[in-house]
Design a protein around this ligand. Structure first.
Ligand SMILES: Cc1cc2nc3c(=O)[nH]c(=O)nc-3n(C[C@H](O)[C@H](O)[C@H](O)COP(=O)(O)O)c2cc1C
Ligand SMILES: [Mn+2]
Length: 489
């Protein structure tokens, strides 16, 4: 049974000893970050700040702040209600294996799976807890305990929103998590980066030429699978709410907005309804970002709020990003595990992959392959540079399948042994992440692939390749038997 709402997830975290409630007053400006950062770095629990405060504005907020809710392997597994992320990978694999049925028997066999998929589609319902309070007048973001995360941040930022838009071109929905800088009581920034779904919808508004405005709904806090679905780098035409239904094995229930033509999760804590306008582009940032550095000021659309709907006693969900590891590392780890089967569908030669925390997702991907033909490692690099999300990878290290990609020490040792740098490094040019600060231009730069596989004669390597040193089994067994008598441990 999927979590009906965020609070059921919070209750579960508490039962599992994964939540700490903080009853003392904590300031939303910087203080909350310093506390959460220390807890993140120590592998600590989710935090529920019950008395958020702002000394600057002299406000004590009535809403608590939930943070670090997804900040460990265990909490991600609890969020997705699985014993291991591999369970989801296996369910995806089973889905992908569905072939068109050939005979009647095959068709019958497929029915349960098809029914399963069909039952994940989002369901529109009449109303839900998110409509307990509807505010059309006196809207104020000042009542929400929105954090200023880091000293040089341009202001306060909503860091964990689910931003819902509909394509002016196709009518398809997109859901993405894009931070929102508070400009005033009813206006924020909308930081959808150039490559993301929301930005693409905004571009079609311009190309369409019919209207200058696009409706946007923002859900703050919902059941955990739905929140995570907004972050997954799904193909453009795959509805995030459908994928959320697949993850929680129960459809997401949606309700219609009050002032705009969009649907939002019925179980959300708070929803901001509003619009963006082609003629209102503002300076956004700086913001202490995923990379551990500030992303600098840039131009993004302003989001105008026309209505707020919410629960009577909403909980505000926030997150902080910064030097790794943070909560976002664990979300990235979930993405890595969930998407491996999809990657393997296109590239069966991939046996495993890993994105270490220090690589901030985009900077380093280690990928193991079962090599079958000359140049195979480079084929894999090029394929990865063509995938959604993974296209940004600044450095790809390809190793043979017998290397444990999760052991960065082993990868460094073997890869550094196996490369002739001039021969084995492949540079390419292409789109880079908008947060990338070292590239020659914003959004455009170079990437590097390292072919750290064993080199073959068919690749022009004609010297003998040495074996890895391994002690023989008989000697190991012998030493096992005398080990205790040696008095060494
Ligand atoms: C905590 C957090 C904050 C994020 N902030 C942003 C952001 O401000 N802008 C952005 O474009 N992507 C941001 N992302 C990444 C997107 O949510 C992610 O790329 C997502 O897949 C985008 O969905 P889309 O492909 O439907 O646009 C953030 C991710 C996380 C985990
Ligand atoms: Mn999308």
């Amino acid at each position: 049974m999927a979590y009906p709402s965020l609070r059921d997830f919070i209750a579960r975290l508490e039962r599992e000893g994964e939540l700490k409630k903080i009853g003392v007053e904590v300031d939303v400006d910087l203080e909350m970050t310093e506390i959460t950062d220390r807890v993140s770095k120590a592998g600590g629990p989710a935090l529920l700040f019950q008395k958020p405060r702002s000394a600057k504005d002299d406000v004590s907020y009535s809403m608590p702040v939930l943070i670090n809710a997804f900040g460990s392997k265990k909490r991600i597994e609890l969020a997705l209600e699985v014993a291991s992320l591999e369970d989801i990978a296996r369910r995806i694999e089973a889905l992908l294996e569905m072939k068109p049925p050939e005979g009647l028997f095959d068709k019958l066999k497929m029915l349960p799976k098809l029914a399963e998929v069909g039952s994940f589609f989002p369901k529109t319902v009449k109303t839900g807890p998110v409509k307990e309070v509807v505010e059309r007048e006196n809207i104020s973001l000042g009542r929400i305990p929105i954090m200023k995360c880091w000293p040089q941040d341009g202001g306060r930022f909503i860091t964990f929103p689910l931003v819902i838009t509909r394509s002016p071109k196709t009518g398809r929905r997109n859901v993405g998590c894009y931070r929102m800088q508070v400009f005033d009581d009813r206006t924020t920034g909308m930081h959808w980066q150039i490559h993301k779904g929301g930005a693409e919808h905004f571009r079609w508004l311009d190309r369409g030429g019919k209207t200058r405005r696009m409706d946007v709904a923002v859900a703050l806090g919902s059941d955990p699978a739905t929140m995570l679905a907004g972050i997954l780098p799904l193909p453009e035409d795959l509805d995030e709410f459908l994928f959320a239904g697949f993850l929680r094995q129960q459809p997401v229930e949606l309700v219609k907005c009050e002032t705009i033509d969009l649907e939002i999760p019925a179980n959300a804590e708070i929803v901001l309804e509003g619009y963006v306008d082609l003629d209102d582009i503002r300076t956004e940032g700086p913001f202490g970002d995923h990379t551990g550095y500030y992303s600098l000021e840039d131009k993004f659309p302003a989001f105008h709020i026309t209505c707020v709907t919410r629960r009577r006693d909403p909980i505000y969900v926030s997150t902080i990003v910064g030097a790794p590891p943070m909560e976002d590392y664990w979300i990235g780890h979930a993405i890595e595990r969930i998407f491996l089967p999809l990657m393997r569908k296109q590239m069966p030669e991939v046996t495993d992959m890993h994105m270490p925390a220090e690589g901030i997702f985009h900077n380093l991907m280690i990928i193991a392959i079962r090599k079958s033909y000359p140049g195979h490692a480079r084929k894999v690099m090029n394929a990865i540079w063509g995938l959604p999300g993974a296209m940004f990878t600044k450095c790809i290290v390809v190793v043979d399948h017998d290397v444990n990609v999760h052991d960065v020490g082993e990868v460094a040792w073997k890869a550094l042994n196996h490369i002739d740098p001039e021969r084995d490094i492949q540079f390419t040019l292409g789109p880079v992440d908008q947060l990338e600060h070292a590239s020659r231009l914003p959004n455009f730069g170079s990437k590097m692939g390292i072919d750290a596989t064993r080199k073959w004669p068919s690749e022009g390597f004609i010297r003998p390749w040495p074996d890895e040193i391994v002690m023989d089994e008989a000697t190991r067994k012998k030493v096992d038997t005398i080990w205790k008598s040696l008095g060494l441990t």
